[in-house]
Design a protein around this ligand. Structure first.
Ligand SMILES: N=c1c2ncn([C@@H]3O[C@H](COP(=O)(O)OP(=O)(O)OP(=O)(O)O)[C@@H](O)[C@H]3O)c2ncn1[C@@H]1O[C@H](COP(=O)(O)O)[C@@H](O)[C@H]1O
Length: 96
């Protein structure tokens, strides 16, 4: 069992570093170079893929596509200067 918070924080850190350094050969850097419209388009595409994966009732496929969406959401968050901690705070506020 991994600690989801640790994994998502580490992913955020790596993605942020890619934005700052824009290394050659990095898919993440390529997304940042293409800009916001491309990043948000990928979030939309991956969301549709998540829906299709859940409809397929294939658990492994659903997990794979959910991870893809979370990665692309992380890129969108970094691009907008929003942290997963801020999203977590919003979720916490809703807890009853
Ligand atoms: N978690 C991911 C991750 N999930 C998915 N992907 C990439 O997302 C892409 C999605 O595939 P698609 O077929 O939808 O897109 P595509 O046709 O390749 O490209 P587009 O023209 O549609 O953008 C694939 O190239 C995957 O490799 C990811 N790429 C990177 N990461 C993380 O980001 C970090 C930095 O990686 P680099 O981008 O390689 O530096 C890595 O350490 C990982 O932790």
């Amino acid at each position: 069992m991994n600690d989801f918070g640790t994994v998502i924080s580490e992913l955020y850190r790596i993605v942020k570093e890619r934005k700052e350094k824009l290394p050659e050969g990095s898919y993440t850097a390529k997304l940042f170079k293409k800009g916001e419209d491309k990043i948000l388009q990928k979030v939309g595409e991956e969301a549709v893929e998540v829906i299709l994966a859940f409809k397929s009732k294939d658990k492994e496929h659903a997990i794979y596509e959910t991870a893809d969406l979370l990665y692309h959401l992380t890129v969108a968050l970094v691009n907008s200067g929003i942290t997963w901690e801020e999203v977590g705070e919003e979720l916490k506020k809703r807890m009853k």
